[in-house]
Design a protein around this ligand. Structure first.
Ligand code: SAM
Ligand code: SF4
Length: 495
């Protein structure tokens, strides 16, 4: 179960395409003309922000083939389910959705229209051909490393339905992906995701990522800067750098050698138009950097564009459980990192992921997690019941925790996290914070955006526009967002 216990941007996102939760060859050109009459693609994304980014890039690959995005599956000529395998529930959702897709495909076939169905993402990678055996209506199964080959694979599946591509190809997909048009980029919002690193070599015993996303790999700084410049030119003002282990980033620097995440952030902060930078998800072991210089922590002190927010999953507050999880750090090490980060940036908002009911977790272990939460004080968090995943070492451990115990622990943990989120938000009351306005609100004249601490904030201001960064005095607290009034006239207008 995935649950946001706070105002943190949900791991699920609906910008530009349906989402649920849980360049060409970089040519430098902004647009590529469709080759043929417009067809429609419906892309539904499950799970993390990396899937949201991947879904956008799939739409970019399909645009030159004549596909326009639709938010209605019934209108689509092509349905793509971009799946998540992290927990059992996330994977199950795909199979129930495939039932609905099959019904739509049948109805369209009765009208003489062909609908192609693609299962992409981590379930595709993990289950491959099994998906075809369980679902006759699926035309193509494509893993996360191969989606740049979608046009070729779709053509192949048109000739012979039932194509599976779950390879880890030698060429990187990023080199082969076309750039989105400026228009499409801006339609996705003024805050954009940018994947800088993929895969993971950490092998936490509960996690499927090293198997579904492969070994850790970082994109070169030059390619990331080029993509960020295109996003900025289209009107994007905030970048969230993504990676399964983003602070292990070590891509090729522009001047040669390897760059750190801190170096990359410094470089991106120089791009005109980019006013805000964020990154997620980090691993505690990589906070010190390869040279132990704590450059990333210093970046939070020194780079004004880097927002005061850190998502640093700890999973558990028990040393025994952390060891069984193969997290390669203990609770004290985590707490010392938090002290360092707070010393560098005292107002930083902290967020984490927690797993309850990992095999062997006793009441004492769980109490340790609750104590750690009390010691740190989180602004927001994500918390889950442990879900045994086939093929992972933890799924075979003795001491699997009964479901009712997991539920009880999760409820207690989420109550504590919720109270911390409320306290964090309450402390913002009366303060003035800069808000990046991201979209119109529900009422006329209302706009919604994010504070530096990733809190959702609404203001009523007919003069303001999406993309403006305005100082807002917080006047009231809602259950999921804050409301405020514009403070003075100072603001950074959108371009
Ligand atoms: N790389 C990040 C880290 O090291 O913490 C986490 C990335 S993982 C995609 C996102 C979160 O899903 C994890 O932090 C963990 O809390 C949760 N998760 C992963 N596998 C899980 C499992 N088998 N059961 C429950 N939650 C799980
Ligand atoms: Fe999964 Fe994160 Fe552990 Fe990698 S570091 S195995 S992505 S939980």
């Amino acid at each position: 179960m995935r649950r946001a216990a706070g105002s943190c941007a949900a791991l699920c996102d609906s910008r530009g395409h349906a989402a649920e939760g849980e360049g060409g060859r970089q040519t430098g050109t902004m647009t590529q003309e469709p080759k043929q009459e417009a067809k429609k693609v419906f892309i539904k994304s499950y799970g993390c922000q990396m899937n949201v980014y991947d879904a956008h890039r799939m739409a970019d690959v399909l645009a030159p083939e004549g596909f326009a995005e639709t938010s209605a599956m019934e209108d689509a000529d092509l349905v793509v389910l971009n799946t998540c395998h992290i927990r059992e529930k996330a994977a199950e959702k795909v199979y129930s959705e495939l039932g609905r897709v099959r019904a739509v495909k049948r109805e369209r076939a009765a009208e003489g229209r062909d609908v192609q169905v693609v299962v992409a993402g981590c379930v595709a990678q993990a289950e491959g051909g099994e998906i075809l055996r369980r679902n006759a209506g699926v035309d193509l199964v494509v893993g996360p490393q191969s989606y740049h080959r979608l046009p070729t694979l779709l053509a192949e599946a048109r000739r012979t339905p039932g194509v599976v591509d779950t390879d880890f190809p030698a060429e990187t997909k990023f080199d082969a992906l076309p750039a989105a048009s400026g228009e499409r980029t801006l339609a996705r919002g003024v805050s954009a995701f940018l994947t800088v690193q993929e895969g993971c070599d950490k092998f936490c015993t509960f996690c499927v990522v090293p198997y579904t996303r492969g070994a850790e790999a970082s994109r070169p700084v030059g390619a990331i800067v080029a993509e960020a410049q295109r996003l900025a030119a289209a009107g994007v003002r905030e970048l969230t750098l993504l990676g399964q282990n983003v602070n292990a980033y070590h891509g090729e620097a522009e001047e040669g050698g390897a760059a750190s995440l801190a170096g990359l952030l410094r470089r991106l902060a120089r791009i005109p138009g980019i006013e805000r930078l964020r990154y997620t998800t980090s691993h505690p072991r990589d906070m010190a950097g390869p040279d132990g210089a704590w450059e990333l922590v210093a970046a939070h002190r020194d780079i004004p564009e880097l927002m005061p927010y850190l998502h640093l999953p700890v999973q558990s507050g028990s040393d025994a459980i952390l060891e069984a999880m193969n997290r390669k750090h203990g609770r004290d090490e985590y707490l010392r990192i938090i002290d360092r980060v707070r010393a560098a940036r005292p107002d930083i908002a902290l967020s984490s992921d927690f797993i309850v009911g990992f095999p062997g977790e006793s009441d004492v272990d769980f109490a340790g997690t609750m104590r750690l939460i009390e010691e740190v004080g989180f602004a927001s968090s994500f918390s889950f019941k442990y879900s045994p995943r086939p093929g992972t070492p933890a799924s075979e451990l003795d001491g699997q925790v009964p479901e009712d115990v997991k539920s009880e622990r999760l409820a207690a943990l989420q109550a504590l996290l919720d109270s911390q989120t409320k306290a964090f938000n309450a402390a913002t009351l009366g303060r003035t914070v800069d808000v990046l306005l991201e979209k119109p609100g529900r009422h006329p004249g209302q706009l919604g955006g994010k504070s530096p601490y990733l809190q959702a904030v609404h203001i009523e201001d007919p003069a303001a526009r999406v993309g403006d960064i305005v100082p807002v005095t917080i006047t009231s607290l809602g259950s999921n967002s804050l409301a405020g009034v514009r403070a003075g006239t100072g603001y950074k207008a959108s371009a």
